[in-house]
Write a protein that binds this ligand. Structure first.
Ligand SMILES: [Ca+2]
Length: 302
């Protein structure tokens, strides 16, 4: 008789399926379409436990550890990721990367939660966020969510959310184009972000696409585009960037007051990447979002 092996974890009086112990992962992480999950619950607080593999996260490579940490600000569970932006004239807290297990992929859905500290100051040029990085191309990356500046910090308290493809020669920035009005990013609120990218199959092939959702509402729809015009056909992994573009001087940040920010933070949690739509995590609360306007001029068809 063929034996069926069931793995169970006995915890006190409760019998849990084996996946329930996988670093406190969301239930969706056990779907076969999900190939990457990171919610920080299985990692030690601080900066010493980024590189070890956890369930569906193979571990991270960090550019610097004094500004990147597992902390106690979380959307779910008790731990989340924290970027520290030191006060003064600087470009932020570096970046970190992770390779997607089983990749690279032509199509990726990526969802994550993010929040900015109440005192966060937006760059006058561009405040970068998470990015895909592409196979075989080094650092060239489409930005997943990128908050544009307009040359003045004071006008950027609620910047719009953009997608940005640095690997395109023209029309790099993709603004929210459906379900108006445009959703801004407001400090001290959690946002549920999701982006789907499909890479084009040749540099001149318009068979790629970008789509994006904010708090579960689709805000970006760009079918039939070339997502890369320089040879990249697949997505290798994720790059989380804190780069805070200075108005002048490049990395030297010589713009004076316009290039100065206080000690401030960005938090992230509940990262999931999949070959299928993910949606927002259950539980908790996210910032309210603008809903599409009610239909008008409806007629009843007999
Ligand atoms: Ca967490």
């Amino acid at each position: 008789m063929k034996k069926v092996l069931l793995t169970l974890i006995i915890t006190g009086m409760f019998v849990l399926p084996a996946w329930a112990d996988h670093d406190g992962s969301e239930v969706i992480c056990h779907n076969s379409s999900v190939f990457f999950c990171e919610n920080w619950e299985g990692r030690a607080l601080g900066s010493g436990d980024f590189s070890s593999p956890k369930y569906k996260s193979p571990g991270w490579a960090n550019s610097q550890l004094n500004t990147q940490a597992v902390g106690a600000t979380a959307y779910s569970g008790s731990k989340g990721f924290q970027f520290t932006y030191p006060s003064g004239n600087n470009t932020g807290g570096g970046f970190m990367t992770v390779d997607f297990p089983g990749g690279p992929y032509r199509t990726v859905y990526y969802r994550w939660m993010t929040k900015y500290s109440p005192n966060y100051v937006w760059s006058a040029v561009a405040t970068k966020h998470d990015e895909f990085y592409l196979a075989g191309t080094g650092a060239r990356t489409p930005q997943l969510m990128w908050y544009s500046g307009s040359g003045a910090q004071v006008t950027q308290n609620t910047p719009d959310i953009f997608l940005y493809a640095s690997s395109l020669g023209l029309n790099k920035a993709f603004s929210q184009n459906i379900n108006s009005p445009v959703t801004p990013i407001v400090r001290d609120q959690w946002y549920c972000m999701e982006v789907k990218i499909t890479m084009n199959t040749c540099d001149t092939c318009l068979d790629g696409s970008l789509e994006g959702w904010v708090n579960g509402v689709q805000k970006f729809s760009y079918p039939n585009i070339a997502t890369d015009t320089q040879g990249a056909r697949t997505v290798k992994g994720l790059l989380m960037s804190s780069y805070w573009n200075c108005y002048s001087g490049g990395d030297s940040c010589t713009g004076g007051a316009i290039d100065t920010h206080p000690l401030m933070y960005r938090w992230e949690d509940n990262h999931v990447a999949s070959t299928a739509r993910i949606g927002c995590p259950s539980g908790g609360s996210v910032a309210s979002t603008s809903l599409p306007p009610a239909p008008t001029n409806l007629t009843v068809v007999q």
